[in-house]
Design a protein around this ligand. Structure first.
Ligand code: DLL
Length: 439
C-alpha cells in the first residue's frame, strides 16, 4: 500500500489536511452557492429567507450564516414528500425516508452526483476509521429506507472493501458469516453489536480471537463504557460514526485512530453549535445543539438544519494531522431529554452509571410513568450472569443509590436475569414514556 507521500485515492491529504483558512474560503464559496440554489429553487427557503429579511447575497463571511433561518424536521414533514427538493424529481435517482413513528416520514433525495459524493465521503470516513482496500466489511446496518445500510455499502465498495450486505436480524447466521468470510470490519449500531457478541458467546464462538479488527458504530448514542465493553468482547477498536438522513446519512463525521472526537467533513458541511433555548451560537468547546448546513448537496440542500443532537465541537489540531474540526461524542438529542420531577436527564447518563456497576449487563430500559401527580422512573437492567433473587435485590439497591447520588433522581430499579430485556436489531429503544401514552 502506498505511503502518505503518494497518497492512495481514499486518503486525500490535500483536502483532509487543508490549512483551516483555505478550508474556510472553500466553505464560503460553497455556502454562497448553496444559499443561492436554495433561494432560487426551493419556495420554502425563499419564503423563509424573505421572512427573515435576508438574501443569499447578504452572506459575505461564514459568520453571516447566523442571519439565515433554521430548517427543522417539521419543515420536511410540512413539505412532504418532495417539496424541499431543489431539482426536478426526474433528476433524483434515490430516495430514503425516516421511519415516521410520529406522523409522516421525512423523505430525502439524492441526484447521481449526490450519490457519488456520499460514496466518496463514506470511503474517506472508513479510511479515517482505519479501513483499507481489501478489508471485508460485514454490514449489519439496516438496508432499505434507512440510510445506514446502503450508505455504507456503496462507500465501502468505493474504498475497495469486500462488502457483506447482511442488514439487521438473523443474528446467529451473522456470527457464522463473520467467521466464515473473515470479516475485518463490523458496521452496526452499538446496541446490535452487543447483541451479536452475546449471541456469539452463547453459541460458544469467541469473536475476540477472530478476524475482526475495527467496529464502526453509530446511528444512536453510546458511551465510553460501552466502547470499552465492545473493544474487549469483540477484540476490536470501536470507532464512533455520525450522520443523519436530513443532511446526507452516515459519512458526515467519523473518528480517526486517535478516538478523540469525530472529524466532521467541512468541505461538504458547515457545522455550528447553538444554545437550543436562545438559538445563539455557543463558544467553541461548549456543549449545545449541532446545526448543519450542506455545502454540496444538489437534490436536497439543507440550510442550518437543527439536528437536536447535543454535542460540542473543537478545532484543536488532532495528532492524526487532519485539520477538519472534531465533533465530540453525541450524548443524546435534546428531544430525548427526559424531565423527571423537574430534573433534566439524558438516557446516556443513566447508561454510564449502569455500565460502571459490576455485575450489571449493558441492557437497560427506562420506563416513565405518572404516580398520582408525580413522575415515576423505573430502571430495568439485567445481570451479566445468572444470579439469586437476593443478589439481584442487592444490585437493585446499588442502581437506585448510584442514580440518586449522581443525577439526583429517585427511581425504582428492577434487576432482571440475563436475556429478559428486549434486544436491538437496529437502533435500541431505551425509553418508554408512558406519560406520553396517557398511561
Ligand atoms: O442514523 C445515519 C447513520 C447511520 C449514522 C449509520 C451513523 C451510522 P438517521 O436515522 O436519520 O440517520 O438518524 C440520525 O441518529 O440525529 C442522532 O440523533 C443519531 N446518531 C447518529 N449517529 C450517532 C452517533 C442515521 N454516532 C440520528 N452518536 C442523529 C449518537 C447518533 N447519536
Amino acid at each position: 500500500m502506498s505511503a502518505v507521500g503518494a497518497a492512495p485515492f481514499y486518503f486525500a491529504p490535500e483536502i483532509e489536511r487543508l490549512d483551516r483558512s483555505a478550508l474556510r474560503r472553500l466553505q464560503l464559496e460553497r455556502l454562497k452557492e448553496t444559499l443561492g440554489r436554495a433561494y432560487t429553487c426551493v419556495p420554502h427557503h425563499r419564503q423563509a429567507f424573505d421572512r427573515a429579511g435576508v438574501r443569499p447575497e447578504d452572506l459575505t463571511s461564514l459568520e453571516d450564516i447566523t442571519r439565515f433561518p433554521f430548517t427543522v424536521k417539521t419543515d420536511l414533514r410540512d413539505n412532504y414528500p418532495f417539496g424541499l427538493f431543489a431539482v426536478p424529481r426526474e433528476q433524483v435517482v434515490r430516495l430514503h425516508a425516516s421511519s415516521g413513528t410520529t406522523g409522516r416520514p421525512t423523505v430525502v433525495g439524492y441526484t447521481a452526483d449526490d450519490l457519488e459524493t456520499w460514496a466518496g465521503l463514506i470511503a474517506r470516513s472508513l479510511a479515517c476509521a482505519g479501513g483499507r482496500p481489501g478489508d471485508v466489511m460485514h454490514n449489519a446496518l439496516g438496508y432499505g429506507l434507512f440510510t445506514g445500510g446502503l450508505g455504507f455499502h456503496y462507500g465501502a465498495e468505493r474504498l475497495g472493501c469486500t462488502v457483506v450486505p447482511m442488514s439487521g436480524g438473523q443474528t446467529e447466521k451473522q456470527i457464522r458469516l463473520i467467521c466464515d468470510f473473515g470479516a475485518t470490519i463490523l458496521n452496526a449500531t452499538p446496541s446490535y453489536a452487543l447483541n451479536l457478541v452475546e449471541t456469539a458467546e452463547r453459541m460458544g464462538v469467541d469473536l475476540a480471537s477472530g478476524s475482526l479488527r475495527i467496529g464502526v458504530f453509530g446511528a444512536e448514542p453510546w458511551s465510553e463504557t460501552m466502547r470499552g465493553e465492545l473493544d474487549r468482547r469483540l477484540g476490536i477498536r470501536s470507532i464512533d460514526s455520525y450522520g443523519l438522513s436530513e443532511v446526507m446519512g452516515p459519512g458526515v463525521a467519523m473518528e480517526c485512530s486517535q478516538r478523540n472526537g469525530m472529524h466532521g467533513w467541512e468541505d461538504h458541511f458547515l457545522f455550528e453549535v447553538i444554545n437550543p433555548e436562545t438559538l445563539e451560537p455557543v463558544p467553541m468547546g461548549q456543549p449545545g445543539e449541532l446545526v448543519i448546513t450542506t455545502l454540496t448537496k444538489q437534490a436536497l440542500p439543507m440550510v442550518r438544519y437543527r439536528t437536536r443532537d447535543i454535542s460540542m465541537i473543537t478545532e484543536e489540531p488532532c495528532s492524526c494531522g487532519r485539520t477538519h474540526l472534531r465533533i465530540l461524542r453525541v450524548t443524546g438529542r435534546n428531544d430525548d431529554m427526559l424531565i423527571i420531577r423537574g430534573v433534566n436527564v439524558y438516557p446516556s447518563q443513566i447508561e454510564s452509571i449502569l455500565l460502571g456497576l459490576p455485575g450489571i449487563a449493558p441492557h437497560y430500559q427506562l420506563i416513565l410513568s405518572r404516580q398520582g401527580w408525580l413522575d415515576h422512573l423505573t430502571v430495568e437492567v439485567e445481570t451479566d450472569s445468572p444470579s439469586s433473587e437476593e443478589d439481584r435485590a442487592r444490585l437493585a439497591n446499588q442502581v437506585r443509590h448510584h442514580i440518586k447520588s449522581t443525577i439526583g433522581v429517585s427511581c425504582e430499579a428492577l434487576v432482571r436475569l440475563p436475556g429478559q430485556l428486549p434486544r436491538s436489531e437496529g437502533k435500541a429503544v431505551r425509553v418508554r414514556d408512558l406519560r406520553k401514552e396517557g398511561a
